[in-house]
Design a protein around this ligand. Structure first.
Ligand code: APR
Ligand code: PHB
Length: 391
């Protein structure tokens, strides 16, 4: 079988790329190792920058997001028992973020792909990529015990951090940069109204906490925890008590608790692989980079990667290799700016085991300066809503 683009992975990156290519008349097949239900079961943040919102509209899948997404004009930072609002709208001249769960975004993309009759192979096993250093790359996979080979012009590695594509690049051709954080996030999803209409990021002596949401009736909460914590040791009651202790008195009093419908612990890491192109193989999204979730940049970076890649492939088929030749450099500039912001925001909002008393006082001073300096608040705001996209 032959196709112009073989997309490995049906997460946000793979599905959005498939939709953008379809709208441009370029045929692509998506190969996904998991089932559709498994992909949809993943609980991931959905704080969309305007560039991601615009991209979903460009892909023709923005209708439900506009109907159900929550437009947020500010966030709150909580420390020393008080909340301080960062007015994103005022500080950025009218920019906002849209809160719309990644699960819903993935569902919209899957529905659009199915409605267009586009081929997605779920539960494709033993996916392998070949000859991407030449002009005739190939992808092999198993489906229901039968072996298949896909000839293509390009392979898009949208297969996430643990995918096969980056792992198939010769080690000497790749440079990677990584930082692992000495803590994780214990997250709970509950069918309860959010404690506040905006997100609350809290730095407390007991650790970081985050109050987020999926809708006006479904909330998402996190507390920083040590890496050796076990989810089974955290009853709902223990989680809610810990969350309350890390919030200001008003939020603690107004928190509506209820049964968790999902509870999990995730590690935090910063990671970038360079470059993102290897002949006819292109990496996009988590396959190429990971950010700690503090800045909510993961989904947004995946979106801008595939926007750049889709436009590059359209140019290629129109006769210009300029886009594919500059794909990696264009993406990496934006990626590293988001990596810096995510690392910085993680640094001032979490308690680090080795920071010591001096480090704690510096963090207090950093937060005090951040919320009382318009320049510092504006810097946070412009990064949080997303830096301007440079084509
Ligand atoms: N073969 C086929 N599919 C694979 C393989 C493989 N060898 N390895 C991984 N996959 C699939 C995974 O099952 C997953 O569905 O690739 C997909 C990768 O999706 P994500 O991990 O969601 O990565 P991406 O699409 O880049 O989206 C990044 O999702 O992980 C969050 O926080 C992240 O918000 C960010 C966004
Ligand atoms: C979430 O809602 O899961 C979420 C929101 C903002 C973040 C991280 C996670 O910074």
């Amino acid at each position: 079988m032959r196709v112009q683009v073989a997309i490995i992975g049906s997460g946000p990156a793979g599905l959005l790329l498939g939709q953008l290519l379809y709208r441009a008349g370029i045929d692509a097949v998506v190969l996904e190792q998991r089932s559709q239900d498994y992909v949809l079961s993943r609980i991931r943040a959905g704080v969309l920058e305007q560039v991601a919102v615009d991209l979903l509209d460009e892909a023709g899948v923005g209708k439900r997001m506009h109907a159900e997404g929550l437009v947020h004009k500010g966030i709150e930072l909580c420390f020393s028992g008080a909340r301080h609002r960062i007015d994103l709208d005022l500080l950025t001249g009218g920019k906002r973020v849209t809160v719309y769960g990644q699960t819903e975004l993935t569902r919209d993309l899957m529905d659009a792909r199915a409605a267009a009759g586009l081929k997605t192979v779920y539960e494709a096993s033993d996916v392998s990529v070949h000859d991407f250093d030449g002009a005739r790359p190939r992808v092999r996979y198993l489906k229901d015990g039968a072996a298949f080979e896909l000839e293509c012009d390009f392979i898009a590695g949208c297969d996430g951090f643990h995918g096969v594509c980056r792992a198939s690049v010769p080690p000497e051709a790749l440079a990677s940069y990584e930082r692992e954080y000495p803590f994780g996030w214990l997250g709970v999803l509950s069918e309860t109204p959010p404690v506040s209409h905006e997100l609350i990021y809290s730095n407390h002596e007991r650790g970081f906490a985050l109050c987020s949401m999926r809708s006006l009736t479904r909330s998402r909460y996190y507390v920083q925890c040590s890496l050796d914590e076990q989810v089974d040791n955290w009853s709902d009651e223990r989680f809610w008590d810990e969350l309350r202790r890390r919030l200001d008195p008003q939020a603690a009093a107004e928190l509506v608790t209820g049964p968790s419908i999902e509870k999990s612990i995730a590690p935090l890491r910063s990671f970038v692989a360079e470059p993102m192109r290897f002949g006819r193989l292109f990496l996009a999204g988590d396959a190429a980079h990971i950010v700690p979730p503090t800045g909510a940049k993961g989904l947004n970076l995946a979106a801008t990667d595939v926007r750049t890649l889709a436009h590059a492939l359209v140019d290629f088929y129109a006769g210009s290799s300029h886009g594919i030749d500059h794909y990696s450099a264009r993406c990496l500039r934006r990626i590293w700016r988001a990596e810096r912001f995510s690392w910085w925001f993680t640094g001032i909002m979490h308690r680090f085991p080795d920071s010591g008393e001096f480090g704690r006082k510096i963090q207090e001073a950093e937060l005090d300066y951040l919320v009382h300096s318009q320049a510092a608040s504006a810097s946070l705001a412009e990064n949080y809503v997303g830096l301007p996209f440079e084509d």
